[in-house]
Design a protein around this ligand. Structure first.
Ligand code: 2P0
Length: 352
């Protein structure tokens, strides 16, 4: 590995949207959840993180830039991911550049990491999910880590819980696991991206401002104070997970929509049941729910499912392209863009 050289690798990972939500940890440092969750991973290119990892003997320390700004890598979560990946590094040879890195060399070599999100960071659009999944995947490739995606997901989980689900496309389940060391808390793919490709996902950006309560501290407060969270984790989610898996396998949109909407609403009810209460949705979010509920009830079968994460933005899942185009018409009718203030017409009317 002598001489001046640099080896780089770039990866891109989309974010994922939970349709059965993760909210609450039973172990904060290992990031072990209180319930299973199910998500859908967006198509590559949409709401994604692109990460370039570089290694060179010229680098004096590990460094990272997010959207062009240097950020600290000293946090426990980054350190856990780096440590776990380094421990699994194997020999790498790049004949073109004449580079040979042995398993032992990786302990001494430093990394530079540059990551870009093509969507607002920390605005409740699961930026940490795409970011940490991409980081772990890119480092795994660079260091020739031989673990499969599920094993990598257990490493990404230690960076951010929801990140473990972005290691796969399609529909993904994060199994909460039983082991104290978290070895069985990992993601598995329920169905690949082609399984239900009529679905169209539309994200209505109500506000791109950073949220006031981070998911990490919000869920900690919910675990400490919400009785509804305990009931949800033990009694409600296990049954919903089974029903959601069945709905996905059968491409049963009516059941899928009913479960996804109910689970989003219960997650936000848990936030309200937290002391002090956490408000992630705003009036515009509530108006979107109303609009979808009324439309679904006026049709023979539901056309659109909605789900909201830790922010006011709506994730709308239309049953097919026709429903998606009608949805956009409705959104533009009820939330006309204001040309004076909305540079992007997809920002729905919230000026707070
Ligand atoms: C989810 N969310 O299942 C839920 C629904 C937000 C609402 O996972 O502390 O950023 O890093 O594990 O993964 C957001 O939580 O939190 C999240 P940490 P994370 O997608």
């Amino acid at each position: 590995m002598a001489g001046e050289w640099i080896l780089t690798l770039t990866a891109q990972t989309p974010t994922n949207i939970a349709v059965i939500k993760y909210w609450g940890k039973r172990d904060e440092s290992l990031i072990l959840p209180v319930n299973d969750s199910i998500s859908v991973t967006l198509d590559p290119g949409h709401l994604c993180t692109t990460t370039t990892v570089a290694v060179s003997p010229a680098f004096e320390q590990d460094r990272m830039w997010l959207n062009g700004k240097e950020i600290s890598l000293s946090g426990d979560r980054f350190q856990s991911c780096l440590r776990e990946i380094r421990a699994r590094a194997t020999d790498v040879e790049n004949k073109e550049k004449g580079i040979k890195i042995s398993k032992k060399d990786w302990e001494k070599l430093h990394l530079h990491i540059s990551s870009f999100n093509n969507f607002p960071t920390a605005a409740g659009l699961a930026s940490s999910a795409a970011g940490l999944a991409c980081l772990v995947f890119a480092l795994g490739k660079l260091m020739n880590v031989r673990e499969d995606h599920s094993q990598l997901s257990a490493i990404a989980r230690q960076g951010s819980g929801s990140a473990c689900r972005s290691l796969y496309g399609g529909f993904v389940k994060w199994i909460m696991g039983k082991e104290e060391n978290g070895s069985d808390s990992l993601a598995v793919q329920l169905a690949d991206e082609k399984h239900w490709d009529e679905l169209v996902i539309i994200i209505a950006v109500v506000s791109s401002r950073q949220k006031e309560t981070s998911s990490t501290s919000g869920m900690r407060e919910s675990v400490e104070t919400s009785l509804l969270l305990q009931h949800r984790a033990k009694e409600v989610v296990p049954k919903r997970i089974l029903k959601m898996e069945e709905a996905i396998q059968n491409r049963d949109f009516a059941s899928f929509a009913a479960l996804a909407c109910a689970d989003s609403n219960q997650f936000h009810a848990v936030c309200l049941d937290t002391s002090p209460p956490i408000f992630y949705m705003n009036d515009t979010s509530h108006r979107i729910i109303n609009c979808v509920e009324k439309w679904n009830r006026s049709e023979e079968a539901p056309q659109v499912a909605y789900t909201f994460d830790a922010g006011p933005n709506a994730v709308l899942i239309a049953r097919n392209r026709k429903a998606a185009s009608l949805l956009i018409q409705r959104l533009l009718y009820y939330f006309p863009p204001n040309p004076e203030t909305d540079m992007n017409s997809y920002v729905l009317g919230d000026k707070s």
